[in-house]
Design a protein around this ligand. Structure first.
Ligand SMILES: [Zn+2]
Length: 299
């Protein structure tokens, strides 16, 4: 009797022991969802979306969370955001400073011939660039804009018509041209760019009101710090040596070298020079990036 009691107690003790030992494993194995918090706590916390970012705005969220070098767009124009009481100011973002980074930029297109040739050369070299387009050109060549977009390059707003005396009459006329071009671009791509570049540059034309309006309406003005000099009648080899000279002289700009070129009609020399320009930067070990909200100001 005593022996039986002893055996029973031993069995109970053994059973308890087994349960104690294996319980943690059983608990972990059965509800698989319990392991998820462990995984999520290891991965970096979701970056905070500021109050200015809207839940409806994929672009605002992308800008805060996207650490890659992808182009950024908005699914709403400034006017649409205003009409729907949506935030219009972009959330703050961390700027990207590389050791050797080159941003190739092309203004005044799209052009049926030169843009197509530029895109072919970029594709052959497996690199991406940024195109600041004009509304008048997009109206005439929407399929070329689509090709730029579909091949993964970045698109920026370069005003509607580039006519200085109309464009720079006042900050309002400038912004009206950006809005007009946004509507034209959105009509083709269903998105609006955030980046813009003032024709002729902002120096000497922008007052504080221009900068304030651009910021309030979700635009990022993009300058340049290396000029190809292709607005002149320079030949391809002169353009290449201009660029090499400026790049080598200003090593402090290598963290974000922004090169200005043109892909509009009449810039065949730029197209001719492009393979040598790309070769130079590749040989120097530069990283090619497109312009987005993480690109530092040129100066
Ligand atoms: Zn221009």
């Amino acid at each position: 009797m005593k022996n039986k009691f002893f055996n029973t107690m031993c069995s109970i003790f053994l059973a308890c022991f087994i349960v104690m030992i294996f319980t943690p494993f059983i608990t972990l194995a059965i509800p698989t969802t319990q392991t998820i918090p462990v995984t999520t706590s290891i991965s970096p916390p979701e970056p905070e979306v500021t109050e200015t970012a809207s839940e409806n705005s994929t672009s605002a969220k992308d800008i805060t969370t996207n650490q890659s070098s992808d182009p950024e767009y908005d699914t709403y124009t400034y006017t649409e955001r205003q009409q729907n009481n949506m935030p219009t100011i972009l959330p703050p973002t961390e700027l990207y400073y590389g050791t050797k980074t080159i941003y190739l930029t092309f203004d005044d297109g799209p052009d049926p011939e030169n843009t197509a040739r530029v895109l072919d050369i970029l594709k052959e070299n497996n690199i991406k660039a940024t195109f600041f387009v004009l509304g008048t050109q997009v109206q005439n060549h929407p399929t070329m804009l689509k090709r730029i977009y579909e091949e993964g390059h970045a698109i920026g707003n370069h005003s509607y018509n580039h006519i200085y005396r109309e464009l720079y009459q006042s900050p309002d006329t400038y912004l009206e041209q950006l809005h007009h071009n946004d509507d034209i671009i959105k009509n083709v791509l269903n998105v609006r760019p955030h980046i813009s570049r003032a024709p002729g540059g902002s120096a000497g034309t922008f007052t504080k009101t221009y900068w304030d309006l651009l910021q309030n309406q979700g635009y990022i003005e993009v300058g340049w710090n290396i000029s190809s000099g292709d607005a002149s009648s320079a030949k391809a080899d002169e353009l290449v040596s201009n660029i090499i000279q400026q790049t080598n002289k200003n090593t402090f700009l290598w963290s974000h070298a922004i090169l200005l070129m043109h892909d509009s009609g009449g810039h065949e020399e730029t197209v001719k020079a492009l393979p040598s320009i790309i070769k130079f930067y590749k040989e120097q070990g530069f990283e090619f990036r497109i312009i987005n909200s993480k690109t530092p100001p040129a100066w």
